[in-house]
Design a protein around this ligand. Structure first.
Ligand code: ZN
Length: 362
C-alpha cells in the first residue's frame, strides 16, 4: 500500500516538476522554478486551494508583483486555476462564483444572505489561485475557510483590481474581460496619460519611418517603467499611452521615472531641437472597468479628467491633481525638483481644479 502511495506521489511530483519547467520561457530563474516546484509538491493542501497570492509570495520569498507574474504564467500553462472570489460586504461570506472575469456582473447577490451589492474590484472581488487538480489532486481538508480567513487577516487579500493592473495578465489574457453591458466598479484608480509634444513636427523633420522608430523605442521604455511600478498600459492612442495603477504613489513614481528616462534617451541627439518631449498627467479617483471591443478599458470622469490634466502638461514636466496631495510633501523633500501649485479650469468640469506641476531642476 505504502509503495503504491509512493509511486503515485512520485508521478505527481514528476508532473509538477515538468509543468513548472514550461515557465522557463517567461524568464524565471532556476531557483525560482525549484522553489515553486517544491511549494506545489510538498505544501499543505490548504496552501493550494483558493490561495491568497500574498501567502504564496511569503512562502516563495518573492515580491507580490513577481509572484503574480509567476502565477499568471502558471495559469497560462495550465498549472493553476484563477478564482475571482467575491466577498459579501454584509455577511463577509466568500462566494466562489467566478473562474473567469466573464462570469462577473455589475451586481452580485450573496448566496448566503441574499444581499445585493456592486462587484467592487477593489474591495469585494479578490483573486486567489488553486493548483490544477489534474496535476495534484487535493484532499477534502484543502477547503478550510478558517485558515483562509486567518491568512487574509494576516496578509490582506489581493484585489481583482490589482490583477487587472498587472501588465503580464493583460498581455497573456488580452481577451479576459467582463461581459459586454456589464461594468466593474473601481473605487480608486490612478490614471496616467502621456503624449509627445510636437509630434507632427517630429514626423515631418525625421521622416515617417525614423520618427516611428523613435516613438516605438519611447513606448518600449514607458511600458517597462509602468510594469516596474506595478501598473498596466491600458492602451496607446497615437503617440500617447494611458496607464493605470492601484496606488497614487506608484503612478507618480512612474511619471518621475519616465521623465528621467526621457532625458537619458534624448542624449543620443546632437541638438535640443531633435529631442522628444514628453508630456505627462496623473489623476486619481473612481471609475468603471468595461469591455470595449473585447478588451478591458476604463471609463468615467476620472479618466476624462486625467486626459485633461495631461493636456496642461507643457513637456518635461508632470502635472497632477490634488487627489495626489499626500504625495506632494514627499516630492517637495526630493532635491532637484520644483513643484508649483495652480488653479485651472478644465474643459467639461464646472469647478476649477487644483493642480501641481513638477519639474526637474537639472
Ligand atoms: Zn452575504
Amino acid at each position: 500500500m505504502l509503495k503504491l502511495f509512493n509511486s503515485s506521489k512520485h508521478k505527481t511530483d514528476n508532473a509538477i516538476a515538468s509543468a513548472v519547467k514550461s515557465l522557463n520561457q517567461y524568464g524565471f530563474d532556476t531557483t525560482e522554478q525549484e522553489n515553486f516546484i517544491n511549494f506545489l509538491q510538498i505544501q499543505d493542501s490548504r496552501f493550494l486551494y483558493h490561495a491568497n497570492p500574498r501567502l504564496i509570495a511569503n512562502k516563495l520569498q518573492l515580491s507580490e508583483r513577481k509572484t503574480l507574474k509567476l502565477l499568471v504564467t502558471a495559469l497560462k500553462e495550465g498549472l493553476v486555476t484563477l478564482n475571482w472570489d467575491i466577498q459579501c460586504p454584509k455577511c463577509r461570506g466568500i462566494d466562489f462564483a467566478a473562474t473567469q472575469l466573464g462570469n462577473l456582473k455589475t451586481w452580485h447577490v450573496c448566496p448566503v444572505c441574499q444581499h445585493k451589492h456592486e462587484s467592487d474590484a477593489d474591495q469585494q472581488v479578490r483573486v486567489t489561485f488553486s493548483i490544477d487538480e489534474r496535476l495534484r489532486p487535493l484532499s477534502k481538508e484543502a477547503n478550510d475557510p478558517i485558515f483562509r480567513d486567518q491568512i487574509d487577516a494576516l496578509y490582506g487579500a489581493v484585489s481583482g483590481h490589482r490583477l487587472l493592473t498587472l501588465q503580464m495578465f493583460r498581455e497573456l489574457f488580452p481577451r479576459e474581460t467582463i461581459p459586454p453591458n456589464e461594468s466593474l466598479l473601481i473605487r480608486q484608480v490612478t490614471i496616467l496619460f502621456t503624449d509627445l509634444a510636437g509630434s507632427t513636427a517630429l514626423y515631418s523633420q525625421k521622416g515617417d519611418s525614423h520618427a516611428y522608430s523613435l516613438v516605438r523605442q519611447h513606448f518600449d521604455f514607458l511600458f517597462e517603467l509602468v510594469d516596474l511600478h506595478n501598473g498596466a498600459v491600458i492602451k496607446t492612442i497615437g503617440d500617447a499611452i494611458m496607464a493605470t495603477f492601484t496606488s497614487p504613489d506608484d503612478g507618480l513614481k512612474a511619471a518621475i521615472a519616465m521623465q528621467a528616462k526621457m532625458q537619458d534617451f534624448n542624449r543620443r541627439f546632437e541638438s535640443p531641437e531633435q529631442y522628444l518631449i514628453l508630456k505627462v498627467g496623473v489623476h486619481s479617483g473612481p471609475c468603471i472597468s468595461v469591455n470595449l471591443n473585447d478588451r478591458s478599458d476604463y471609463f468615467g470622469t476620472t479618466v476624462n479628467t486625467a486626459a485633461r490634466v495631461q493636456g496642461l502638461s507643457e513637456g518635461n514636466d508632470i502635472v497632477f491633481t490634488s487627489t495626489l496631495i499626500t504625495q506632494v510633501k514627499a516630492i517637495k523633500a526630493i532635491k532637484h525638483y520644483i513643484c508649483e501649485e495652480s488653479s485651472e479650469v478644465l474643459k467639461g468640469l464646472s469647478e476649477p481644479v487644483t493642480v501641481f506641476r513638477l519639474r526637474a531642476t537639472k
